[in-house]
Write a protein that binds this ligand. Structure first.
Ligand code: CA
Length: 228
């Protein structure tokens, strides 16, 4: 059974999430503080996904996200953000989250996002081993790794999926909608901005100069193009 860690200090919201995830067939581990979440993650090596609130009494959710991501690149991470805090979404994604859900959310909405993220992770895992080499980059679809001039670049699952899409379509202009639907799934109804934020993060990792990108070029008003 897939195991999800839920970090939320408000007991009412936490139990509501727990009940609904259990109903959807997931095993759930609960934490009410950032430290508790980090401890439980350490103890239970088989946690597949983490849902993290941001405003907490001790360590904030971004820091928890950063530490979980540093410990596990394959983990799925969803942030719970407040509607009034627009920057939360961007900050969350920059610290390594895969997705965010805005409060207040319905049980169906959260479960749909969790299911979609599991499908994305699962789809990548099922891919057969193959090497894609372009310019200085080598993508290994068996190990999910990316090397640049033989040096490993550490990617999140989402960043890996974007790189795979780019390297499978060299020189082709991809719209932001195309990227969203390929990487996040056709049923994903989040904002297009999630694409831009992930590209920004990816550029920092793969470009020689992320302010003057040479590999992932922007096509204004449309999307992005890969050319290595
Ligand atoms: Ca909170």
């Amino acid at each position: 059974m897939k195991k999800i860690l839920i970090l939320e200090d408000e007991v009412n919201i936490r139990s509501f999430v727990v009940i609904n995830l259990k109903r959807a067939g997931y095993e759930v581990v609960e934490a009410g503080t950032g430290q508790e979440a980090l401890d439980k993650f350490q103890e239970q090596k088989d946690i597949d996904m983490a849902i993290l609130d941001i405003m907490l009494p001790d360590i904030d959710g971004f820091e928890v996200c950063r530490r979980l991501r540093a410990a596990n690149k394959q983990l799925g991470i969803i942030m719970l953000t407040a509607r009034t805090q627009e920057m939360d979404k961007v900050t969350g994604l920059m610290t390594g989250a895969d997705d965010y859900v805005t409060k207040p959310f319905s049980p169906a909405e959260l479960t749909a996002r969790v299911d979609a993220l599991f499908r994305r992770i699962g789809k990548d895992v099922a891919c057969n081993g193959e090497l894609l080499s372009q310019g200085p980059f080598t993508l290994n679809t068996r190990n999910h790794t990316l090397d640049k001039y033989g040096e490993r670049i550490r990617l999140t699952q989402v960043e890996y999926s974007i790189m795979k899409l780019f390297m499978a379509n060299p020189g082709r202009a991809l719209s932001r909608e195309d990227i969203r639907s390929e990487v996040w799934g056709k049923d994903y109804d989040g904002e297009l901005k999630i694409v831009d934020v992930n590209i920004r993060r990816l550029r920092i990792k793969i470009e020689d100069d992320s302010t003057n990108p040479a590999y992932i070029t922007t096509i204004w008003g449309f999307g992005y193009k890969w050319g290595a």
